[in-house]
Design a protein around this ligand. Sequence first.
Ligand code: TMP
Length: 233
Amino acid sequence: MSEVGAQIAAGRARGSFITLEGGEGVGKSTQIRHLLRNLREAGIEAIGTREPGGSPGAEILRKVLLSGGMARLGPAAEAILFAAARVDHIDKKIEPALAAGTFVVCDRFADSTRAYQGTRGQLDPRFLSALERVTLGDVRPDLTLILDLPATVGLARAAARRGAGEAPDRFEREDLEFHENLRAAFLAIAAAEPVRCAIIDAERAEEDVAHEIFDVILNRLIAPAQAKQVKRG
Ligand code: TMP
């Protein structure tokens, strides 16, 4: 184990919870691969996971939600179903890993419900806050990286990533205005919670984005944990 990893392992009983958020095609999955590699190279045990999904029960809900079959129920019911998947994911995977001292890197989490289900403005923000309160409990991200791109660039990337003949999913099918509002919603979350969130310009080269993400992790999570350890020691 490297020095950083040993210090983290010694200094933190609980793992850190890192979430990546953003609109379509911002490159979250690619960046999670880089981040997991960088964390493991620093000697930090880390797992990657995603939402909706991440546990067998939640993956069943993922299929239903992304097929668009639930859209007719409206944004409140959809938000409840995303939250139901999240409860299973937290109970079965996220909380046990954090409790064991493992870092958890999650592709989307509750901010996606706030942004996606909240974006048409049909849901009372108090409804979304209450849903978070009853479903998340104490499991809140320590750090949220908001990958930011113009909506047109992200949608073009998402279309290029799809195989020929593969249909866009329930949310990729929404219009440009929806995706532009979504971007604004994520930026508003970052502005409202600057201690938890960092905005990452995702329009740059993949390696540059990966570098900045790891710098943010080092500065905001790892260096403070090391400082605490030195104080205690
Ligand atoms: P992704 O795997 O490309 O991120 O697809 C997940 C889709 O589900 C994406 O379009 C965002 C959407 N979503 C919500 O609408 N609400 C949520 O709470 C989550 C986690 C995802």
